[in-house]
Design a protein around this ligand. Structure first.
Ligand SMILES: [Zn+2]
Length: 450
């Protein structure tokens, strides 16, 4: 972008759905570490810039599960802050352990702030500031935060019982009206996705209200840029917008991309905007303070790797109870790889994003399937609860007879997919089982964040 007289550049860097990945895969690129170094390097030559994280930051990886029981000493947000994070917006998964715990984690921040305009308590006050105004390099940025209106449907009742979620379109509209004249650049960071092509308006999915990014851009006046997330998709460009062009970015999953909203200002007004994505690399030439912050992340990651190999002390019996409760069924079939389960074994037994599926099938058919599966996997592994002759016996003229029920509903873990008829799957929901198991039964390493 070339600058004329009276012109300047302002840039908002965006991450979303980092899901507690310090990096991804063997190459140690992407993730929080990759995104943070990429942004740090890019910002060093720009006077007016911000880094906004669009949520689903704290759970979704082995490290996230390891840290799930911790509040005040949770190291991820302070590390991101030390790496330069300016503004955070909570995603639906950041409420997985309750709004109170999230609030305590956010309270540990010193310079960065959390914003969200559409989650309120029983009295109607927002849990976080609805927006923030920050001045960088002489440019006043306004950042409005919002989370998907489906937050409560996507989160366990007990975690969000005390909050109400307001319509994002209404709340963002009134916040944008309030802020527009106070700032030079106005950005919405919305932890939700795109229900339609932002440039043509053509629908991409059923308009359920879970993803309203296109509607927000098309109906909220005054926005210069929008950060999207939640769907783990990538998108970037410029949409028509309600009151003029709006740049948008949706940076995918786990730090695979960094979003860049770039604005050209003339006399304090945005006259040019673009939305782009780039692939981050971990950069070796970091400043000492950035290296220190980075080592907090890598130390936390190394501790979670050690934790994963420890015996979990969680047994099959406990897993049956937890699964049946979470999936609201009274029977379960599990493939568990060994008797002494490490956290890593449990992670493998419940692979993301689904981990488990609920089946329904005729009792006779299930017995035949289990007989076959038991024969094939006799090295151990297939364990049942609430299923089998011991549960189905009835007394006929004083003689106990096993009578399978006409239909059985049960939950099974995904490694049993090969044995169970996939046509009998009734439902499956994405679930972070390792996080759930660790926070339900967890013993946590004394892992000081260092
Ligand atoms: Zn999400």
């Amino acid at each position: 972008m070339s600058m004329g007289p009276g012109e300047c550049e302002a840039v908002v860097f965006a991450t979303s759905d980092l899901h507690a990945h310090v990096w991804r895969g063997q190459t140690r690129t992407m993730g929080m570490a990759g995104a943070a170094t990429h942004i740090g390097e890019a910002r060093s030559s720009i006077a007016a810039s911000l880094w906004v994280d669009n949520g689903d930051t704290l759970t979704g990886s082995r490290l996230g599960a390891h840290l799930s029981g911790r509040a005040e000493r949770h190291p991820l947000l302070p590390a991101l802050e030390a790496l330069g994070l300016d503004v955070g917006v909570p995603g639906n998964h950041d409420f997985d352990h309750g709004a109170d715990l999230l609030n305590r984690r956010v309270d540990a921040l010193r310079t960065a702030c959390y914003v969200c305009c559409n989650v309120v308590d029983a009295a109607g006050s927002t849990l976080f500031a609805p927006s923030a105004v920050l001045e960088r390099g002489g440019v006043r940025f306004g950042v409005i935060g919002a989370v998907t209106g489906h937050l409560q449907r996507l989160t366990r009742y007990s975690s969000v019982a005390g909050v109400r979620v307001l319509d994002p379109v209404d709340t963002v509209t009134s916040e944008a009206i309030r802020l527009r004249d106070l700032v030079d650049v106005l950005v919405l960071s919305y932890h939700g996705g795109l229900e339609a092509d932002p440039e043509s308006g053509r629908p991409w999915e059923y308009d359920t209200g879970e993803n309203q990014g296109q509607r927000l851009m098309a109906s909220v006046s005054g926005l210069d840029g929008v950060i999207l997330g939640h769907q783990h998709r990538t998108a970037a460009g410029v949409a028509a917008g309600a009151s003029g062009p709006v740049a948008y970015v949706q940076p995918g999953y786990g730090g695979e991309r960094v979003g860049t909203l770039r604005f050209g200002l003339r006399d304090g007004r945005v006259v040019h905007r673009e939305g782009r994505l780039s692939s981050p690399e971990v950069c070796a030439t970091a400043t000492p303070s950035r290296q220190r912050a980075m080592s907090r992340l890598t130390t936390a990651w190394e501790r979670s790797e050690k934790w994963a190999d420890q015996p979990s002390a969680v047994d099959g019996e406990q897993m049956h109870r937890l699964l049946q409760k979470r999936m609201s069924v009274s029977a379960s079939v599990l493939y568990l790889p060994s008797r002494v389960l490490s956290w890593r074994d449990l992670e493998r037994a419940f692979p993301g994003p689904l981990g488990t599926q609920v089946y329904q099938m005729p009792g006779e058919e299930l017995i035949a399937v289990l007989r076959e599966a038991g024969a094939v996997a006799s090295s151990g592994g297939v364990v049942t609860d609430g299923i089998g002759p011991e549960c189905w016996s009835v007394s006929i003229r004083g003689v106990d007879v096993a009578v399978p029920p006409a239909h059985v509903e049960f939950v099974a873990n995904v490694p049993l997919d090969w044995a169970l008829p996939q046509g009998r799957v009734q439902r499956a929901e994405p679930h972070d089982w390792l996080d759930d198991i660790a926070s339900t039964f967890g013993r946590f390493l004394d892992a000081d964040s260092g």
